[in-house]
Design a protein. Structure first.
Length: 129
């Protein structure tokens, strides 16, 4: 955390100040009290500053504005694809923002397939993930 950035004359990001090291996108009922809790705890023990929605959202502030800000303010995103991830409009909005940030500033994105076969996503074979 703590790197800084600016835009060059072509409008691309050269450096950026990041508030978080990692943003974790996940479907709460599927993974919050299992995989995601273990992952975020381990990262925090290693000194990696993690945004996970249940700890960092400010009460009284719109969730819809805080999540994109947290994504833009994170160096890396981890998307935990679970069975019901695509059924959440929040998750899909997060994934769209993560994809946009990755395209605009070449951010690192790590997909994690939690009890989901990656080929179901890759080949779009009609199996609900």
């Amino acid at each position: 955390m703590g790197s800084s950035s600016s835009y060059n004359s072509s409008g691309t990001i050269q450096n950026q100040v990041y508030r978080y090291d990692v943003f974790i996108s996940f479907r709460g009922p599927d993974t919050r009290n299992s995989f995601v809790d273990h992952l975020s705890s381990h990262l925090l023990r290693k000194g990696i500053f993690v945004f996970k929605d249940d700890h960092k959202l400010r009460k009284g502030k719109s969730i819809s504005s805080q999540l994109p800000q947290a994504i833009r303010g994170s160096r890396i995103s981890i998307i935990v694809f679970s069975k019901d991830y695509p059924s959440s409009s929040w998750c899909l909005d997060e994934m769209a923002t993560i994809a946009y940030c990755q395209q605009q500033s070449n951010r690192t994105v790590f997909p994690v397939f939690y009890h989901v076969d990656p080929s179901h996503v890759r080949h779009q074979n009609g199996v609900r993930i």
